[in-house]
Ligand binder design. Structure first.
Ligand SMILES: Nc1ncnc2c1ncn2[C@@H]1O[C@H](COP(=O)(O)OP(=O)(O)OP(=O)(O)O)[C@@H](O)[C@H]1O
Ligand SMILES: [Mg+2]
Length: 315
């Protein structure tokens, strides 16, 4: 569905050198990306600020022409075939709006039907679904400029979907949303993804979006791919460990050992002990621990995606 080969984007910028002199400098935003994304995949495209995510999405959607390399989406080359591509893709750039500022959402949606020449019944069916899942009814008749950010984002998502695109590019679709709106947007996208009919590429700084939605995680930095795989693969690459937290009737002493785990902290005067699991099976460790100590309660904590991604960015 999406193919990038040696994709590259250089920007020429002028930097001030003294009072009158300006010097040209080249900024390489995307530095040779090779990626293939199959139909129905949900891909999280993440990376630190300035990594080149938005620039990649702009090249995929035909907003920017690549400096080098090849890109194809739905079998089309985005820049020369931008109009044809527009019928096949839906785009949300969280920081920009594609809606008409002075029109109520309802009218924007009606206009989009004509822009994309969508048959009335298909349009009505998709709008009905978005209205229900994204709870648009309270503000369909409000002009876009009066909408809150979360309301507008739900409108943007709807606008991106009314022509039934097969690929969806979302650049920070949950930026600035409250917890409830984020959940609404995530479950909406999850439902969309579950049909397998839509290929999704999503950038975000909220890693919960990725955990909820994407099987595949592509991490870029300085315009290059530094990880491509599942979240689990990332954890095993960086040696993330699961943690076992035990509440104990009789306190443990520092230096306590249990096979298969490593004691990492003791709290509450030794009544609460945290262990890193050295193997993937918690069962054996729990067995050993309950034989050695008087355990009142146990919990298993999965490794945190924020931690592992922070480690990846730092490295
Ligand atoms: N139009 C432009 N002209 C010059 N430089 C640009 C332009 N657009 C982007 N850049 C530069 O390219 C690099 C990548 O920018 P990009 O917007 O793709 O990053 P990003 O990964 O989307 O970051 P963020 O997480 O902050 O949104 C940055 O160094 C940025 O300053
Ligand atoms: Mg960006």
């Amino acid at each position: 569905m999406i193919e990038m080969q040696g994709l590259r984007k250089d920007f020429t910028v002028r930097v001030r050198k003294g009072v009158l002199r300006r010097e040209k400098r080249t900024v390489t935003a995307v530095d040779g990306i090779d990626l293939t994304i199959a139909e129905g995949e949900m891909v999280g495209y993440i990376g630190p600020n300035g990594a080149g995510k938005s620039t990649t999405l702009k090249m995929l959607t035909g907003v920017l022409a690549p400096s080098a390399g090849a890109v194809s989406v739905c079998g089309l080359t985005p820049v020369p075939q931008r109009t044809r591509l527009a019928l096949r893709i839906g785009v949300v750039f969280g920081q920009r709006s594609q809606l008409w500022w002075d029109l109520p959402l309802r009218d924007s949606f009606a206009l989009l039907r004509h822009v994309y020449r969508v048959p009335a019944d298909a349009h009505a069916a998709r709008l009905r679904r978005c209205r229900a899942l994204l709870e648009l009814d309270g503000f369909l008749d409000t002009p876009v400029r009066q909408l809150s950010l979360g309301q507008r984002m739900r409108g943007e998502l709807t606008a991106a979907l009314l022509h039934g695109p097969s690929v969806l590019f979302l650049d920070e679709p949950t930026i600035g949303l409250d917890v409830v709106s984020k959940q609404a947007v995530r479950s909406f996208l999850a439902e969309l993804g579950a049909t397998g009919a839509v290929t999704l590429v999503l950038t975000t700084h909220d890693l919960a979006d990725i955990e909820r939605l994407c099987r595949r995680l592509v991490v870029i930095d300085h315009g290059r791919v530094v990880h491509d795989g599942t979240i689990e693969a990332l954890h095993s690459r960086y040696g993330s460990r699961r943690r076992l937290v035990a509440d104990l009737d009789v306190p443990l002493r520092p230096g306590f050992t249990v096979p298969g785990a490593e004691l990492v902290s003791l709290e509450a005067d030794g009544h609460r002990a945290s262990f890193d699991l050295l193997s993937s099976s918690a069962g054996a460790v729990v067995g050993e621990l309950t034989a050695l100590a008087s355990v009142r309660d146990l919990s298993l904590v999965e490794p945190d995606i924020e931690d592992v991604v922070a480690r990846l960015y730092r490295s």
